[in-house]
Write a protein that binds this ligand. Structure first.
Ligand SMILES: [Zn+2]
Length: 294
């Protein structure tokens, strides 16, 4: 699958990621700026539409489920899909950046994208510490919340929404959804979604099923996107910031979803240290939906 798509992807990328020289020319010739930008935007839109059609057959949840089952690494088939989507998105962002003087473009900095995901919160102390650390670093992450931990921590959820983090569901009481009846599981999820929506004003689209246990029936019933992971830091087990960091550095790649838990001080410490280190190596941190194909 990958081999067959590669040339087409490269061609698409060349088309979308126009060389800097062209942008400089566009900038100098202000008189034709409007006309060129209009034509470019039309082209980019057409290309993005074509890319979306081209990518449509890759089922995200299936690819991700296989990747989760396949262990930490080696999910090239799924990752190939992510990269192609990102190429198209990166092109759009580059086009926007061209108009705005090359401001920060998450997808435009290359392909080293990381999604940090935090389960089991909110925690009154550690989630707060994490949110403040992320804000200081201008980094966005994804949170999967436990419904029963929400009361009393509403302000943290408001802060997540305000700061642009993805707020998803990790169910009400962290039980294995596949051991419930379909109706019980759906109610558990919906109850948590409603709690989040009441505070953030937005119904979650993404779910991290507890223990990664999910089913096709559940997916059909609740219509949410399940989010698995590429790197399991086992932070809950070690509760050792240095070990968590090592686990990430050892496995880090270009498009990775990293599993952490914001209910441990050690995990928060590790996450902030990892952000500082990997940012220096050119990694960009995005919310997990940026790595998925919807
Ligand atoms: Zn959990």
């Amino acid at each position: 699958m990958k081999q067959g798509r590669r040339p087409k992807q490269k061609a698409l990328k060349r088309l979308l990621l126009r060389p800097p020289a062209k942008r400089r020319t566009v900038k100098r010739k202000l008189i034709i700026l409007a006309a060129v930008l209009a034509a470019d935007m039309l082209l980019v839109c057409l290309c993005a539409g074509a890319a979306a059609d081209f990518l449509a057959p890759v089922p995200v949840s299936r690819a991700q489920a296989q990747s989760a089952q396949g262990g930490l690494m080696g999910e090239e088939a799924a990752q190939g899909g992510f990269r192609e989507a990102e190429a198209a998105r990166g092109g759009l962002k580059e086009a926007d950046a061209g108009q705005n003087g090359f401001e920060e473009a998450p997808g435009g900095s290359g392909e080293k994208l990381i999604a940090l995901t935090f389960d089991d919160g909110p925690h009154p102390v550690y989630t707060k510490k994490l949110l403040d650390g992320l804000k200081e670093r201008h980094v966005k992450a994804s949170f999967f919340l436990i419904g029963q931990s929400i009361p009393g921590n509403e302000e943290l959820i408001r802060q997540m929404a305000r700061d642009g983090h993805l707020v998803g569901t990790h169910c009400y009481s962290h039980e294995d959804l596949t051991k419930m009846t379909l109706q019980e599981a759906s109610e558990d999820i919906e109850r948590t979604n409603e709690m989040i929506c009441e505070i953030s004003g937005r119904l979650p689209d993404h779910i991290r099923p507890p223990y990664g246990r999910w089913s096709d029936d559940l997916e059909a019933a609740v219509g949410m996107t399940p989010v698995f992971w590429d790197i399991d830091t086992l932070d809950w087990k070690s509760q050792d910031a240095a070990k968590v960091e090592r686990q990430i550095y050892k496995n880090v790649g270009k498009h990775q979803v990293i599993l952490l838990h914001d209910v441990f001080d050690t995990s928060v410490e590790a996450a902030l240290a990892v952000i500082d280190t990997l940012a220096e190596q050119g990694y960009t941190f995005v919310t997990v939906d940026e790595l998925l194909i919807d």
